[in-house]
Ligand binder design. Sequence first.
Ligand code: NDP
Length: 250
Amino acid sequence: TQTLHRKVALVTGGSRGIGAATARALAEQGADVAISYTDSTSTAKAEAIVSELQQKGVRAAAFRADQADAGQVTRLIEWVIERFGHLDILVNNAGILLFGNVTDQQRDEASFARLMAVNVAGVATAVRAAAQVMGEGGRIISIGSWFASHVGTPGLADYSATKAAIAGYTRGWARDLGPKGITVNMVQPGAIDTDMNPAEGPFAANLVPTIALRRYGRPEEIAAAIVFLASPAAAYITGTTLTVDGGLLA
Ligand code: NDP
């Protein structure tokens, strides 16, 4: 039986990677799914995912909205309501990874502003808008990162801080929205094979030996945790972080 029948989900950054896998997994559980993306070159990919989801028998649609633009994020939530009537599950997945060492002032300042805008402000704007329209049983799930708990390498302070901010927000939002019957959690992935961090990419050789399971995770393995947190079985889980990292942090 499908656990998310009649639910409406929004997955930000659903055109590729973890977001696309999450959209598929939510649809397999019967949820109607809206996805967002930002790059004009991703329109075809997003539309292909929408048709794939529709073939699973659910309603689906894609909307182009830059997570760094508060107006577009607010509009995205309004559009989901117009299109699907309600919003039950918000998955804050859209995110970027940029490098910048605090000693390299110019690069650090530019990447700081962009990382904060996409990974933190965009998420906060989405949650603020969703809180207005979500009711009892609502679910907010944000994708953090193992970098929220352990940095281990130079050049990733800003990125790590954005994900640690989401962990803090998750606890705070759980308190704010608990009285409305809405749960708020963070899923903290380890190294997952996507465009952002390919299993054959530059980080892999150093990372894999540090992972207890000695391999990258697949986007579907993060999606499974998100589906669980979205399901009725997770009704009493809020304000916490679920690490899905193959034992990277262990
Ligand atoms: P990808 O780079 O593969 O995909 C990113 C997705 O986010 C795309 O759909 C992209 O859309 C969208 N996106 C990026 N910027 C914006 C924006 N400004 N507005 C709207 N959408 C945007 O990343 P992953 O799937 O790997 O990452 C997903 C999440 O998981 C991120 O939050 C990331 O930080 C986190 N994460 C990933 C890990 C990994 O190892 N892969 C590890 C830990 C955390 P578009 O196609 O338009 O660019």
